[in-house]
Design a binder for this molecule. Structure first.
Ligand code: ADP
Ligand code: MG
Length: 604
Protein backbone atom coordinates (compact mmCIF):
# COMPACT_ATOMS: atom_id res chain seq x y z
CA UNK A 1 0.00 0.00 0.00
CA UNK A 2 1.22 3.46 -0.80
CA UNK A 3 1.86 5.64 2.19
CA UNK A 4 -0.24 8.70 2.28
CA UNK A 5 -0.18 11.80 4.45
CA UNK A 6 -2.89 14.33 4.90
CA UNK A 7 -4.71 16.54 7.34
CA UNK A 8 -8.08 15.87 8.79
CA UNK A 9 -10.39 18.75 8.23
CA UNK A 10 -13.20 19.53 10.53
CA UNK A 11 -16.37 20.91 9.23
CA UNK A 12 -17.29 24.01 11.18
CA UNK A 13 -20.96 23.32 10.55
CA UNK A 14 -20.73 20.66 13.19
CA UNK A 15 -19.27 22.85 15.84
CA UNK A 16 -22.34 24.40 17.37
CA UNK A 17 -24.20 21.18 18.06
CA UNK A 18 -21.06 19.77 19.64
CA UNK A 19 -20.41 22.79 21.82
CA UNK A 20 -23.99 22.67 22.91
CA UNK A 21 -23.86 19.03 23.72
CA UNK A 22 -20.52 19.05 25.49
CA UNK A 23 -21.21 22.11 27.53
CA UNK A 24 -24.77 21.36 28.29
CA UNK A 25 -24.43 19.74 31.69
CA UNK A 26 -23.32 23.03 33.20
CA UNK A 27 -25.12 25.53 31.05
CA UNK A 28 -25.41 28.21 33.72
CA UNK A 29 -21.76 29.11 33.13
CA UNK A 30 -22.77 31.08 30.01
CA UNK A 31 -23.33 34.00 32.34
CA UNK A 32 -19.97 33.60 34.01
CA UNK A 33 -18.30 33.67 30.59
CA UNK A 34 -20.17 36.68 29.23
CA UNK A 35 -19.79 38.71 32.42
CA UNK A 36 -16.10 37.77 32.51
CA UNK A 37 -15.72 39.08 28.98
CA UNK A 38 -17.42 42.31 30.04
CA UNK A 39 -15.02 42.58 32.99
CA UNK A 40 -12.05 41.96 30.69
CA UNK A 41 -13.23 44.68 28.30
CA UNK A 42 -13.64 47.08 31.24
CA UNK A 43 -10.20 46.33 32.67
CA UNK A 44 -8.72 46.84 29.21
CA UNK A 45 -10.20 50.32 28.78
CA UNK A 46 -8.95 51.28 32.24
CA UNK A 47 -5.52 50.15 31.31
CA UNK A 48 -5.59 51.98 27.97
CA UNK A 49 -6.65 55.10 29.82
CA UNK A 50 -3.87 54.72 32.38
CA UNK A 51 -1.37 54.40 29.54
CA UNK A 52 -2.90 57.46 27.83
CA UNK A 53 -3.81 55.41 24.81
CA UNK A 54 -7.38 56.37 25.45
CA UNK A 55 -7.92 60.08 26.18
CA UNK A 56 -11.69 60.23 26.57
CA UNK A 57 -13.83 60.04 29.71
CA UNK A 58 -14.00 56.63 31.32
CA UNK A 59 -17.39 57.45 32.84
CA UNK A 60 -19.41 55.01 34.86
CA UNK A 61 -17.91 51.57 34.22
CA UNK A 62 -20.58 49.46 35.90
CA UNK A 63 -21.58 46.30 34.07
CA UNK A 64 -25.32 45.83 33.83
CA UNK A 65 -27.20 42.59 33.52
CA UNK A 66 -30.90 42.69 32.73
CA UNK A 67 -33.67 40.27 31.94
CA UNK A 68 -36.58 41.08 29.62
CA UNK A 69 -39.12 38.38 30.24
CA UNK A 70 -41.53 39.62 27.61
CA UNK A 71 -39.05 39.62 24.77
CA UNK A 72 -37.24 36.62 26.22
CA UNK A 73 -33.84 38.25 26.27
CA UNK A 74 -30.95 38.61 28.66
CA UNK A 75 -28.60 41.54 28.08
CA UNK A 76 -25.09 42.03 29.40
CA UNK A 77 -23.86 45.58 28.89
CA UNK A 78 -20.43 46.96 29.52
CA UNK A 79 -18.64 50.26 29.04
CA UNK A 80 -15.43 48.55 28.10
CA UNK A 81 -13.24 49.08 25.09
CA UNK A 82 -15.77 47.76 22.58
CA UNK A 83 -14.95 46.26 19.20
CA UNK A 84 -14.68 47.59 15.68
CA UNK A 85 -16.23 45.65 12.79
CA UNK A 86 -12.80 44.23 12.00
CA UNK A 87 -12.33 43.12 15.57
CA UNK A 88 -15.69 41.44 15.73
CA UNK A 89 -14.79 39.47 12.65
CA UNK A 90 -11.40 38.63 14.03
CA UNK A 91 -12.20 37.83 17.65
CA UNK A 92 -15.68 36.50 17.41
CA UNK A 93 -15.71 34.79 14.06
CA UNK A 94 -12.20 33.56 13.44
CA UNK A 95 -10.39 33.07 16.68
CA UNK A 96 -13.16 31.27 18.37
CA UNK A 97 -13.62 28.92 15.49
CA UNK A 98 -10.01 27.96 15.42
CA UNK A 99 -10.19 27.54 19.16
CA UNK A 100 -13.09 25.26 18.65
CA UNK A 101 -11.11 23.19 16.19
CA UNK A 102 -8.36 22.79 18.72
CA UNK A 103 -10.93 21.82 21.22
CA UNK A 104 -12.32 19.15 18.96
CA UNK A 105 -8.98 17.75 17.90
CA UNK A 106 -7.69 17.48 21.41
CA UNK A 107 -10.74 16.15 23.09
CA UNK A 108 -12.76 14.35 20.51
CA UNK A 109 -12.69 11.08 22.44
CA UNK A 110 -13.18 12.36 25.94
CA UNK A 111 -16.56 12.78 27.40
CA UNK A 112 -16.04 15.23 30.25
CA UNK A 113 -15.02 18.03 27.96
CA UNK A 114 -17.45 20.39 29.60
CA UNK A 115 -14.67 21.11 32.07
CA UNK A 116 -12.48 23.06 29.72
CA UNK A 117 -14.58 25.92 28.54
CA UNK A 118 -12.77 29.24 28.55
CA UNK A 119 -9.31 27.99 27.79
CA UNK A 120 -9.94 27.69 24.12
CA UNK A 121 -11.48 31.05 23.37
CA UNK A 122 -14.83 29.35 23.49
CA UNK A 123 -16.28 31.38 26.33
CA UNK A 124 -18.38 33.56 24.13
CA UNK A 125 -19.92 30.59 22.38
CA UNK A 126 -21.23 29.17 25.62
CA UNK A 127 -24.03 31.69 25.01
CA UNK A 128 -25.48 29.19 22.54
CA UNK A 129 -26.11 26.74 25.32
CA UNK A 130 -29.07 28.88 26.33
CA UNK A 131 -29.71 31.22 23.39
CA UNK A 132 -31.04 30.49 19.94
CA UNK A 133 -29.84 33.83 18.61
CA UNK A 134 -27.05 36.03 19.92
CA UNK A 135 -26.66 39.65 19.09
CA UNK A 136 -23.62 41.81 19.71
CA UNK A 137 -23.98 45.59 19.61
CA UNK A 138 -20.66 47.22 20.12
CA UNK A 139 -18.86 50.53 19.75
CA UNK A 140 -15.12 50.67 19.99
CA UNK A 141 -13.25 53.36 21.93
CA UNK A 142 -11.59 54.06 18.59
CA UNK A 143 -13.41 56.48 16.35
CA UNK A 144 -15.25 53.97 14.20
CA UNK A 145 -18.90 53.22 13.58
CA UNK A 146 -20.78 50.95 15.93
CA UNK A 147 -21.67 47.52 14.64
CA UNK A 148 -24.21 44.84 15.19
CA UNK A 149 -23.43 41.17 14.75
CA UNK A 150 -26.17 38.57 14.72
CA UNK A 151 -25.81 34.83 14.54
CA UNK A 152 -28.38 32.10 15.05
CA UNK A 153 -25.92 29.37 15.89
CA UNK A 154 -25.25 28.35 12.34
CA UNK A 155 -21.98 29.29 10.71
CA UNK A 156 -23.41 32.28 8.88
CA UNK A 157 -23.61 35.63 10.56
CA UNK A 158 -24.74 39.11 9.69
CA UNK A 159 -22.83 42.23 10.47
CA UNK A 160 -24.11 45.75 9.96
CA UNK A 161 -23.50 49.32 11.07
CA UNK A 162 -25.81 50.67 13.74
CA UNK A 163 -26.33 53.89 15.60
CA UNK A 164 -24.88 53.36 19.08
CA UNK A 165 -23.51 56.42 20.80
CA UNK A 166 -21.88 54.97 23.92
CA UNK A 167 -18.63 53.11 23.99
CA UNK A 168 -18.91 49.49 25.00
CA UNK A 169 -20.68 46.26 24.22
CA UNK A 170 -24.15 44.85 24.70
CA UNK A 171 -24.54 41.13 24.35
CA UNK A 172 -28.20 40.28 23.79
CA UNK A 173 -29.22 36.67 24.21
CA UNK A 174 -32.50 35.53 22.71
CA UNK A 175 -33.21 32.70 25.08
CA UNK A 176 -34.06 29.34 23.56
CA UNK A 177 -37.31 27.64 24.46
CA UNK A 178 -35.65 24.91 26.51
CA UNK A 179 -33.74 27.45 28.59
CA UNK A 180 -36.49 29.73 29.77
CA UNK A 181 -35.58 29.06 33.40
CA UNK A 182 -32.90 31.70 32.83
CA UNK A 183 -35.57 34.33 32.32
CA UNK A 184 -36.37 34.08 36.02
CA UNK A 185 -34.71 36.94 37.84
CA UNK A 186 -33.93 34.90 40.96
CA UNK A 187 -32.10 32.35 38.82
CA UNK A 188 -29.95 35.04 37.23
CA UNK A 189 -29.25 36.62 40.60
CA UNK A 190 -28.27 33.24 41.98
CA UNK A 191 -25.81 32.62 39.14
CA UNK A 192 -24.37 36.12 39.39
CA UNK A 193 -23.85 35.73 43.11
CA UNK A 194 -22.28 32.36 42.71
CA UNK A 195 -19.72 33.24 40.07
CA UNK A 196 -19.46 36.98 40.33
CA UNK A 197 -19.53 37.81 44.02
CA UNK A 198 -15.98 39.12 43.97
CA UNK A 199 -15.53 40.24 40.37
CA UNK A 200 -13.28 43.31 40.18
CA UNK A 201 -15.81 45.54 38.38
CA UNK A 202 -19.17 46.50 39.83
CA UNK A 203 -22.00 44.35 38.47
CA UNK A 204 -25.50 45.79 38.61
CA UNK A 205 -28.61 43.66 38.47
CA UNK A 206 -32.07 45.02 39.26
CA UNK A 207 -30.51 48.31 40.34
CA UNK A 208 -28.39 46.61 42.94
CA UNK A 209 -24.67 45.96 42.98
CA UNK A 210 -24.27 42.25 43.53
CA UNK A 211 -20.52 42.05 44.11
CA UNK A 212 -17.66 43.18 46.32
CA UNK A 213 -14.98 44.24 43.83
CA UNK A 214 -12.25 44.50 46.47
CA UNK A 215 -12.22 41.31 48.51
CA UNK A 216 -9.49 41.13 51.12
CA UNK A 217 -7.42 38.54 49.35
CA UNK A 218 -6.45 41.06 46.67
CA UNK A 219 -5.26 43.52 49.30
CA UNK A 220 -1.92 43.51 51.00
CA UNK A 221 -1.84 41.94 54.47
CA UNK A 222 -0.22 45.11 55.82
CA UNK A 223 -3.36 47.16 55.15
CA UNK A 224 -5.64 44.67 56.88
CA UNK A 225 -6.70 44.33 60.50
CA UNK A 226 -8.10 41.30 62.32
CA UNK A 227 -11.59 42.84 62.00
CA UNK A 228 -11.26 42.83 58.24
CA UNK A 229 -10.45 39.15 58.16
CA UNK A 230 -13.29 38.35 60.54
CA UNK A 231 -15.74 40.46 58.55
CA UNK A 232 -14.75 38.74 55.34
CA UNK A 233 -15.20 35.38 57.01
CA UNK A 234 -18.74 36.40 57.94
CA UNK A 235 -19.32 37.46 54.36
CA UNK A 236 -18.30 34.01 53.15
CA UNK A 237 -19.99 31.97 55.85
CA UNK A 238 -22.71 34.06 57.47
CA UNK A 239 -23.76 31.35 59.92
CA UNK A 240 -20.39 30.16 61.16
CA UNK A 241 -18.60 30.76 64.43
CA UNK A 242 -15.53 32.98 64.25
CA UNK A 243 -12.42 31.22 63.00
CA UNK A 244 -9.39 30.65 65.25
CA UNK A 245 -6.81 32.20 62.95
CA UNK A 246 -6.03 32.62 59.28
CA UNK A 247 -3.29 32.58 56.71
CA UNK A 248 -3.00 35.18 53.98
CA UNK A 249 -1.48 33.55 50.91
CA UNK A 250 0.44 35.71 48.51
CA UNK A 251 2.74 34.09 45.96
CA UNK A 252 3.94 35.43 42.65
CA UNK A 253 6.64 32.96 41.84
CA UNK A 254 6.79 30.29 40.41
CA UNK A 255 3.05 30.61 40.09
CA UNK A 256 0.49 33.20 40.98
CA UNK A 257 -1.65 32.58 43.97
CA UNK A 258 -3.47 34.72 46.48
CA UNK A 259 -6.02 33.81 49.06
CA UNK A 260 -6.98 33.63 52.69
CA UNK A 261 -7.35 30.33 54.49
CA UNK A 262 -9.22 30.30 57.76
CA UNK A 263 -8.75 27.83 60.54
CA UNK A 264 -12.21 27.04 61.93
CA UNK A 265 -13.16 25.56 65.27
CA UNK A 266 -13.25 21.87 64.49
CA UNK A 267 -15.74 19.70 66.28
CA UNK A 268 -14.75 16.33 67.68
CA UNK A 269 -17.20 14.55 65.44
CA UNK A 270 -16.18 16.58 62.44
CA UNK A 271 -17.36 15.70 59.00
CA UNK A 272 -15.00 16.46 56.21
CA UNK A 273 -16.62 19.42 54.55
CA UNK A 274 -15.49 19.55 51.01
CA UNK A 275 -17.17 22.77 50.08
CA UNK A 276 -15.65 25.31 52.37
CA UNK A 277 -12.71 26.41 50.27
CA UNK A 278 -13.61 28.31 47.16
CA UNK A 279 -11.40 28.47 44.14
CA UNK A 280 -11.28 31.64 42.07
CA UNK A 281 -9.39 32.62 38.99
CA UNK A 282 -8.88 36.36 38.70
CA UNK A 283 -11.78 36.87 41.08
CA UNK A 284 -14.12 34.69 39.02
CA UNK A 285 -15.53 31.85 41.05
CA UNK A 286 -14.58 28.50 39.56
CA UNK A 287 -15.48 25.77 42.01
CA UNK A 288 -15.76 24.79 45.63
CA UNK A 289 -14.37 21.36 44.89
CA UNK A 290 -10.68 21.84 45.52
CA UNK A 291 -9.68 18.27 46.18
CA UNK A 292 -6.65 18.32 43.91
CA UNK A 293 -5.40 21.73 44.87
CA UNK A 294 -5.30 21.18 48.58
CA UNK A 295 -4.54 17.91 50.37
CA UNK A 296 -7.53 16.15 51.85
CA UNK A 297 -6.83 17.12 55.44
CA UNK A 298 -6.53 20.77 54.46
CA UNK A 299 -10.13 20.64 53.38
CA UNK A 300 -10.98 21.12 57.01
CA UNK A 301 -9.97 24.72 56.41
CA UNK A 302 -12.23 27.43 55.04
CA UNK A 303 -11.56 30.35 52.75
CA UNK A 304 -10.60 31.41 49.28
CA UNK A 305 -7.81 30.59 46.87
CA UNK A 306 -7.36 32.63 43.73
CA UNK A 307 -4.96 31.61 41.02
CA UNK A 308 -4.92 32.45 37.33
CA UNK A 309 -2.51 29.55 36.89
CA UNK A 310 -5.06 26.87 37.62
CA UNK A 311 -6.74 25.69 34.43
CA UNK A 312 -10.16 27.24 34.34
CA UNK A 313 -12.95 25.08 35.59
CA UNK A 314 -11.47 22.25 37.43
CA UNK A 315 -11.77 18.64 36.48
CA UNK A 316 -10.01 15.97 38.42
CA UNK A 317 -8.20 14.11 35.65
CA UNK A 318 -7.31 17.35 34.04
CA UNK A 319 -5.81 18.89 37.12
CA UNK A 320 -3.68 16.06 38.30
CA UNK A 321 -1.62 16.23 35.18
CA UNK A 322 -0.89 19.86 35.69
CA UNK A 323 2.46 20.67 37.26
CA UNK A 324 1.22 23.91 38.73
CA UNK A 325 -1.45 22.13 40.67
CA UNK A 326 1.12 19.98 42.45
CA UNK A 327 3.25 23.01 43.23
CA UNK A 328 0.26 24.88 44.54
CA UNK A 329 -0.69 21.89 46.65
CA UNK A 330 2.69 21.63 48.33
CA UNK A 331 2.97 25.38 48.72
CA UNK A 332 -0.28 25.56 50.61
CA UNK A 333 0.73 22.65 52.82
CA UNK A 334 3.98 24.37 53.59
CA UNK A 335 2.31 27.69 54.39
CA UNK A 336 -0.11 26.06 56.77
CA UNK A 337 2.79 24.26 58.44
CA UNK A 338 4.66 27.56 58.75
CA UNK A 339 1.69 29.23 60.35
CA UNK A 340 1.22 26.46 62.91
CA UNK A 341 4.93 26.44 63.71
CA UNK A 342 4.87 30.21 64.14
CA UNK A 343 1.87 30.09 66.47
CA UNK A 344 3.48 27.31 68.45
CA UNK A 345 6.75 29.17 68.88
CA UNK A 346 5.40 32.67 69.43
CA UNK A 347 2.36 31.91 71.51
CA UNK A 348 2.59 28.50 73.09
CA UNK A 349 -0.23 29.25 75.51
CA UNK A 350 -2.62 30.37 72.80
CA UNK A 351 -1.63 27.36 70.75
CA UNK A 352 -2.43 25.04 73.64
CA UNK A 353 -5.78 26.72 74.17
CA UNK A 354 -6.67 26.07 70.55
CA UNK A 355 -5.23 22.56 70.56
CA UNK A 356 -8.60 20.88 70.64
CA UNK A 357 -9.30 22.15 67.13
CA UNK A 358 -5.74 22.38 65.91
CA UNK A 359 -5.07 18.88 67.18
CA UNK A 360 -7.72 17.24 65.05
CA UNK A 361 -6.35 18.98 62.02
CA UNK A 362 -2.71 18.21 62.80
CA UNK A 363 -3.48 14.57 63.55
CA UNK A 364 -5.43 14.23 60.34
CA UNK A 365 -2.46 15.68 58.49
CA UNK A 366 0.00 13.42 60.26
CA UNK A 367 -2.01 10.35 59.39
CA UNK A 368 -2.53 11.22 55.76
CA UNK A 369 0.52 13.16 54.63
CA UNK A 370 4.09 11.98 55.07
CA UNK A 371 5.60 15.40 54.48
CA UNK A 372 3.26 17.04 56.90
CA UNK A 373 4.17 14.50 59.55
CA UNK A 374 7.82 15.46 59.29
CA UNK A 375 6.87 19.05 59.75
CA UNK A 376 4.20 18.69 62.37
CA UNK A 377 5.77 16.21 64.74
CA UNK A 378 7.53 19.05 66.49
CA UNK A 379 4.35 20.94 67.23
CA UNK A 380 2.07 18.02 67.93
CA UNK A 381 0.98 18.09 71.54
CA UNK A 382 0.10 15.43 74.04
CA UNK A 383 -2.21 16.45 76.87
CA UNK A 384 -2.05 14.56 80.12
CA UNK A 385 -4.88 13.93 82.55
CA UNK A 386 -3.78 16.98 84.53
CA UNK A 387 -4.27 19.18 81.45
CA UNK A 388 -0.59 19.85 80.90
CA UNK A 389 0.69 19.88 77.31
CA UNK A 390 3.93 18.41 76.00
CA UNK A 391 5.55 17.87 72.65
CA UNK A 392 6.68 14.33 72.03
CA UNK A 393 10.25 15.23 72.87
CA UNK A 394 9.24 17.01 76.05
CA UNK A 395 7.10 14.11 77.04
CA UNK A 396 9.79 11.52 76.45
CA UNK A 397 11.97 13.50 78.78
CA UNK A 398 9.24 13.74 81.39
CA UNK A 399 8.73 9.98 81.53
CA UNK A 400 12.36 9.01 81.00
CA UNK A 401 12.95 8.00 84.60
CA UNK A 402 9.86 5.92 85.10
CA UNK A 403 8.23 4.74 81.91
CA UNK A 404 10.77 3.00 79.77
CA UNK A 405 10.47 -0.68 78.96
CA UNK A 406 13.30 -3.15 78.90
CA UNK A 407 13.99 -2.45 75.22
CA UNK A 408 14.45 1.22 75.96
CA UNK A 409 11.14 2.36 74.48
CA UNK A 410 9.35 5.22 76.10
CA UNK A 411 5.99 3.86 77.16
CA UNK A 412 3.26 6.44 76.75
CA UNK A 413 0.23 5.50 78.81
CA UNK A 414 -3.03 6.85 77.51
CA UNK A 415 -6.65 6.91 78.52
CA UNK A 416 -9.43 7.10 75.95
CA UNK A 417 -12.10 7.78 78.53
CA UNK A 418 -11.00 9.38 81.75
CA UNK A 419 -14.31 8.56 83.43
CA UNK A 420 -14.46 4.88 82.58
CA UNK A 421 -10.76 4.28 83.07
CA UNK A 422 -10.54 6.26 86.27
CA UNK A 423 -9.53 3.27 88.41
CA UNK A 424 -6.65 2.48 86.08
CA UNK A 425 -5.55 6.09 85.88
CA UNK A 426 -5.48 6.27 89.68
CA UNK A 427 -3.55 3.02 89.77
CA UNK A 428 -0.99 4.40 87.35
CA UNK A 429 -0.67 7.63 89.24
CA UNK A 430 -0.07 5.75 92.48
CA UNK A 431 2.99 4.37 90.79
CA UNK A 432 4.03 7.85 89.66
CA UNK A 433 3.18 7.08 86.05
CA UNK A 434 1.85 9.82 83.85
CA UNK A 435 -1.25 9.27 81.71
CA UNK A 436 -2.21 11.26 78.63
CA UNK A 437 -5.67 11.67 77.18
CA UNK A 438 -6.36 10.46 73.65
CA UNK A 439 -10.06 10.69 73.01
CA UNK A 440 -10.34 12.01 69.46
CA UNK A 441 -11.84 9.97 66.67
CA UNK A 442 -8.50 9.88 64.91
CA UNK A 443 -6.37 8.89 67.86
CA UNK A 444 -6.02 5.18 67.22
CA UNK A 445 -4.73 5.95 63.73
CA UNK A 446 -2.65 8.74 65.09
CA UNK A 447 -0.76 6.56 67.56
CA UNK A 448 -0.22 3.86 64.95
CA UNK A 449 1.34 6.45 62.68
CA UNK A 450 3.46 7.88 65.44
CA UNK A 451 4.73 4.49 66.53
CA UNK A 452 5.57 3.44 63.03
CA UNK A 453 7.53 6.58 62.35
CA UNK A 454 9.13 7.44 65.65
CA UNK A 455 11.67 5.13 67.06
CA UNK A 456 11.52 4.14 70.67
CA UNK A 457 7.99 5.18 71.47
CA UNK A 458 5.13 2.88 72.23
CA UNK A 459 1.63 3.75 73.33
CA UNK A 460 -0.25 1.59 75.83
CA UNK A 461 -3.73 2.15 76.98
CA UNK A 462 -3.76 2.56 80.72
CA UNK A 463 -5.72 -0.67 81.15
CA UNK A 464 -3.72 -2.73 78.67
CA UNK A 465 -1.94 -5.89 79.73
CA UNK A 466 1.49 -4.52 78.99
CA UNK A 467 0.86 -1.88 81.55
CA UNK A 468 1.28 -4.63 84.08
CA UNK A 469 4.60 -5.68 82.68
CA UNK A 470 5.74 -2.16 83.28
CA UNK A 471 4.52 -2.46 86.82
CA UNK A 472 6.56 -5.64 87.18
CA UNK A 473 9.65 -3.53 87.07
CA UNK A 474 10.43 -4.06 90.74
CA UNK A 475 7.13 -2.64 91.82
CA UNK A 476 5.54 -5.87 92.92
CA UNK A 477 5.09 -6.31 96.59
CA UNK A 478 5.94 -9.52 98.37
CA UNK A 479 3.16 -12.06 98.07
CA UNK A 480 1.09 -12.57 101.19
CA UNK A 481 -0.47 -15.73 99.77
CA UNK A 482 1.14 -19.13 100.05
CA UNK A 483 1.37 -21.28 96.92
CA UNK A 484 -1.47 -23.38 98.33
CA UNK A 485 -3.71 -20.37 98.84
CA UNK A 486 -2.90 -19.10 95.34
CA UNK A 487 -4.11 -22.37 93.95
CA UNK A 488 -7.37 -22.10 95.87
CA UNK A 489 -7.94 -18.57 94.58
CA UNK A 490 -7.26 -19.73 91.05
CA UNK A 491 -9.69 -22.61 91.40
CA UNK A 492 -12.38 -20.23 92.59
CA UNK A 493 -11.99 -17.80 89.68
CA UNK A 494 -11.27 -20.21 86.80
CA UNK A 495 -14.84 -21.43 86.28
CA UNK A 496 -16.15 -17.90 86.57
CA UNK A 497 -13.67 -16.44 84.10
CA UNK A 498 -14.38 -19.01 81.37
CA UNK A 499 -11.94 -18.61 78.47
CA UNK A 500 -10.15 -15.70 79.98
CA UNK A 501 -6.76 -16.03 81.60
CA UNK A 502 -6.66 -15.82 85.39
CA UNK A 503 -3.51 -14.27 86.73
CA UNK A 504 -2.69 -13.91 90.39
CA UNK A 505 -0.33 -11.06 91.14
CA UNK A 506 1.19 -9.68 94.28
CA UNK A 507 0.21 -6.06 93.80
CA UNK A 508 0.28 -3.36 96.45
CA UNK A 509 -2.46 -4.04 99.00
CA UNK A 510 -4.18 -0.72 98.33
CA UNK A 511 -4.71 -1.57 94.64
CA UNK A 512 -8.11 -2.81 93.46
CA UNK A 513 -8.69 -6.51 94.26
CA UNK A 514 -9.68 -7.73 90.78
CA UNK A 515 -9.19 -6.02 87.45
CA UNK A 516 -9.39 -6.74 83.76
CA UNK A 517 -6.73 -5.98 81.21
CA UNK A 518 -6.74 -6.54 77.52
CA UNK A 519 -3.88 -6.90 75.07
CA UNK A 520 -3.08 -3.48 73.58
CA UNK A 521 -3.69 -4.74 70.04
CA UNK A 522 -7.20 -5.83 71.02
CA UNK A 523 -7.92 -2.42 72.51
CA UNK A 524 -6.85 -0.66 69.36
CA UNK A 525 -8.74 -3.04 67.22
CA UNK A 526 -11.85 -2.18 69.20
CA UNK A 527 -11.17 1.56 69.07
CA UNK A 528 -10.56 1.47 65.33
CA UNK A 529 -13.77 -0.44 64.81
CA UNK A 530 -15.65 2.08 66.84
CA UNK A 531 -14.28 4.77 64.54
CA UNK A 532 -15.19 3.02 61.35
CA UNK A 533 -18.48 1.88 62.79
CA UNK A 534 -17.95 -1.63 61.53
CA UNK A 535 -17.35 -4.47 63.94
CA UNK A 536 -17.33 -7.11 61.27
CA UNK A 537 -13.89 -6.57 59.80
CA UNK A 538 -12.28 -9.46 61.65
CA UNK A 539 -15.44 -11.46 61.98
CA UNK A 540 -16.49 -12.20 65.50
CA UNK A 541 -13.19 -11.70 67.19
CA UNK A 542 -13.69 -13.07 70.70
CA UNK A 543 -13.32 -10.58 73.45
CA UNK A 544 -10.84 -12.26 75.74
CA UNK A 545 -8.92 -10.62 78.50
CA UNK A 546 -6.74 -11.28 81.47
CA UNK A 547 -8.29 -11.29 84.90
CA UNK A 548 -5.74 -9.90 87.32
CA UNK A 549 -6.29 -10.91 90.94
CA UNK A 550 -4.46 -8.86 93.49
CA UNK A 551 -3.44 -11.63 95.90
CA UNK A 552 -2.34 -9.05 98.42
CA UNK A 553 -5.71 -7.41 98.73
CA UNK A 554 -7.48 -7.89 102.07
CA UNK A 555 -10.68 -9.03 100.34
CA UNK A 556 -8.90 -12.02 98.80
CA UNK A 557 -7.70 -13.19 102.22
CA UNK A 558 -11.19 -12.54 103.56
CA UNK A 559 -12.67 -14.67 100.79
CA UNK A 560 -10.35 -17.57 101.59
CA UNK A 561 -11.38 -17.48 105.25
CA UNK A 562 -15.11 -17.65 104.48
CA UNK A 563 -17.05 -20.68 105.60
CA UNK A 564 -18.75 -22.71 102.90
CA UNK A 565 -17.83 -23.16 99.23
CA UNK A 566 -21.05 -21.44 98.17
CA UNK A 567 -20.22 -18.21 99.95
CA UNK A 568 -16.68 -18.19 98.60
CA UNK A 569 -17.92 -18.76 95.06
CA UNK A 570 -20.49 -16.03 95.39
CA UNK A 571 -17.89 -13.67 96.71
CA UNK A 572 -15.54 -14.43 93.80
CA UNK A 573 -18.38 -13.88 91.35
CA UNK A 574 -19.11 -10.58 92.98
CA UNK A 575 -15.48 -9.46 92.61
CA UNK A 576 -15.38 -10.62 89.04
CA UNK A 577 -18.53 -8.70 88.17
CA UNK A 578 -17.12 -5.61 89.84
CA UNK A 579 -14.12 -5.83 87.56
CA UNK A 580 -16.38 -6.23 84.54
CA UNK A 581 -18.49 -3.35 85.71
CA UNK A 582 -15.52 -1.04 85.95
CA UNK A 583 -14.77 -1.78 82.29
CA UNK A 584 -18.35 -1.27 81.18
CA UNK A 585 -18.53 -4.95 80.24
CA UNK A 586 -21.43 -5.92 82.43
CA UNK A 587 -24.86 -5.75 80.88
CA UNK A 588 -28.13 -7.57 80.38
CA UNK A 589 -28.97 -10.55 82.55
CA UNK A 590 -25.43 -10.55 83.99
CA UNK A 591 -25.93 -7.04 85.27
CA UNK A 592 -29.35 -7.91 86.66
CA UNK A 593 -28.08 -10.92 88.58
CA UNK A 594 -25.15 -8.88 89.89
CA UNK A 595 -27.58 -6.34 91.29
CA UNK A 596 -29.74 -9.07 92.79
CA UNK A 597 -26.73 -10.73 94.40
CA UNK A 598 -25.56 -7.40 95.80
CA UNK A 599 -28.95 -6.70 97.29
CA UNK A 600 -29.08 -10.15 98.90
CA UNK A 601 -25.56 -9.76 100.24
CA UNK A 602 -26.40 -6.39 101.78
CA UNK A 603 -29.57 -7.75 103.35
CA UNK A 604 -27.75 -10.70 104.91
P1 ADP B 1 -11.62 34.53 25.65
O1 ADP B 1 -12.34 35.38 26.64
O2 ADP B 1 -11.07 33.29 26.27
O3 ADP B 1 -10.63 35.27 24.83
P2 ADP B 1 -14.16 34.46 24.40
O4 ADP B 1 -14.77 33.53 23.44
O5 ADP B 1 -14.86 34.63 25.71
O6 ADP B 1 -12.69 33.98 24.63
O7 ADP B 1 -14.04 35.86 23.72
C1 ADP B 1 -13.36 36.01 22.49
C2 ADP B 1 -12.88 37.41 22.27
O8 ADP B 1 -13.96 38.26 21.94
C3 ADP B 1 -12.27 38.07 23.49
O9 ADP B 1 -10.93 37.73 23.62
C4 ADP B 1 -12.46 39.54 23.18
O10 ADP B 1 -11.42 40.00 22.32
C5 ADP B 1 -13.74 39.57 22.40
N1 ADP B 1 -14.85 39.95 23.26
C6 ADP B 1 -15.77 39.13 23.80
N2 ADP B 1 -16.65 39.82 24.57
C7 ADP B 1 -16.27 41.12 24.53
C8 ADP B 1 -16.77 42.36 25.10
N3 ADP B 1 -17.84 42.35 25.92
N4 ADP B 1 -16.11 43.50 24.82
C9 ADP B 1 -15.03 43.49 24.02
N5 ADP B 1 -14.51 42.38 23.45
C10 ADP B 1 -15.13 41.20 23.67
MG1 MG C 1 -13.97 34.99 27.67
Amino acid sequence: MIAEKGSISINTENIFPIIKKFLYSDNEIFLRELVSNAVDATQKIKKLSAMSKFEGELGDLKIKVSVDKENKTITISDKGLGMTAEEVKKYINQIAFSGAKDFLEKYKDQNDTNQIIGQFGLGFYSAYMVASVVEIQTKSFQDEPAVKWVCDGSTSFEISEIAKADRGTDIILHIAEDSEEFLEEHRILQILEKYGKFLPVEIEFNEKIINNPNPIWVKSPSELKDEDYLAFYKELYPFSEDPLFWIHLNVDYPFNLTGVLYFPKIKKDFQLNREKIQLYSRQVFITDDVKDIVPEFMQLLHGVIDSPDIPLNVSRSYLQADGNVKKINSHITKKVGDKLAELFTNDRKGYEEKWESIGLFVKYGIISDEKFFERAKDFTLLKNVENAYFTMEEYKEKIAANQVDKDGNSVVLYATDTEKQDAYIKGAQKRSFDVIVLNDVLDSHFINTFESKQEKVTFKRVDADTFDKLIDKGLNAESVLSEDEKKKVEELFKPIAGNNVVQIEALPAEDIPVSIVMPEFMRRWQDMNKLSGQAAMFGDMPQTFNLIINGNHALISKMLKMKGQDRRENFAKQLYDLALLSQGLLSGTKLTSFIERTVEEMAA
